[in-house]
Design a protein around this ligand. Structure first.
Ligand SMILES: Nc1nc2c(ncn2[C@@H]2O[C@H](COP(=O)(O)OP(=O)(O)O)[C@@H](O)[C@H]2O)c(=O)[nH]1
Ligand SMILES: [Mg+2]
Length: 203
C-alpha cells in the first residue's frame, strides 16, 4: 500500500469521542515496549508520527489515524507497564472494554507480541477477552530480527500454540527494523477492508 496521507484525528478516552467516519478500522494492541509504535511507523513509512510517543506507558488515550482517507488505525494504550498505578489500570481496562465491545467499524485487532518472550498473563487475558467479545485478530509476532532462524521457528511454535484462538484470522512474523512482514500485513488488511466494503451488511 502506498501511503499518500496520514492524518491524526483524535485522542479519545470515551466512545463519544471516537471518529464518526465509517472507515474500515484496525486497532493495534500489545504490552508496553512490545514494539507497537515502531510497527505503526514501519507500516506508515514514517520516522516520526504525531501522537506516537516514544515514552513507554505514556499513552492513555486511543489515538485515531486516518490513512489515505480510506482506512482508520486505532492505537490502543499499551498494557502491563509496571509503574502504572492500579487506578489507571482500571481506567485502561474500562477504556479497552468500551472500545472492543462498541466500536462497529473495527474489522480486526493487530495483536502484537514479542517473538522473544514467553506468553504473559496479560497477553493471555487480552486473547481471552477478544475471544469472549468475538473480535477477530491478527497475531503479529514482532522483533523477528532479534532471533536466529532456528530460534525464531521454536518461538513461533510456542506463541502460536498460546495465541491462535478461534478468532485469530492469521499470524504474521514482523520486524520493524527491516520491515519483514510489512507487505503481508498490508495485503491482509486491504483484503479485509475490501471484503467489508463489498458486504456492508455483514453477509
Ligand atoms: N530490533 C528491533 N527492535 C525493535 C523492533 N520493534 C521495536 N523495537 C525496539 O523496541 C523498543 C520498544 O519499541 P516501541 O515501538 O517504542 O514499543 P511500544 O512501547 O510498544 O510502542 C524500542 O527500543 C524499539 O526500537 C523490531 O522489530 N526490531
Ligand atoms: Mg509506544
Amino acid at each position: 500500500m502506498k501511503i499518500i496521507s496520514t492524518e491524526f484525528l483524535v485522542g479519545a478516552v470515551s466512545a463519544k469521542q471516537y471518529p464518526k467516519e465509517p472507515l474500515p478500522e484496525f486497532a493495534f494492541a500489545g504490552r508496553s515496549n512490545v514494539g507497537k509504535s515502531s510497527l505503526i511507523k514501519s507500516l506508515l513509512n514514517r520516522k516520526k508520527l504525531v501522537r506516537i510517543s516514544s515514552t513507554p506507558g505514556k499513552t492513555r488515550e486511543i489515538n485515531f489515524f486516518k490513512i489515505n482517507n480510506a482506512i482508520m488505525f486505532a492505537d490502543l494504550p499499551g498494557y502491563g507497564f509496571a509503574r502504572v498505578a492500579p487506578a489507571l489500570q482500571k481506567k485502561w481496562k474500562k477504556m479497552l472494554e468500551e472500545y472492543l465491545s462498541q466500536r462497529n467499524p473495527l474489522i480486526a485487532i493487530i495483536f502484537i507480541v514479542d517473538i522473544r518472550r514467553k506468553p504473559t498473563e496479560l497477553d493471555l487475558t487480552l486473547k481471552e477477552w477478544l475471544e469472549e467479545l468475538d473480535r477477530d485478530y491478527i497475531l503479529l509476532i514482532t522483533k523477528a530480527d532479534k532471533l536466529s532462524a532456528a530460534e525464531r521457528q521454536k518461538q513461533v511454535k510456542i506463541i502460536k500454540a498460546a495465541f491462535m484462538g478461534e478468532n485469530a484470522l492469521d499470524f504474521i512474523i514482523y520486524s520493524s527494523k527491516n520491515h519483514t512482514g510489512r507487505k503481508e500485513l498490508w495485503s491482509t488488511m486491504e483484503k479485509l477492508a475490501r471484503h467489508q466494503r463489498d458486504t456492508p451488511f455483514g453477509a
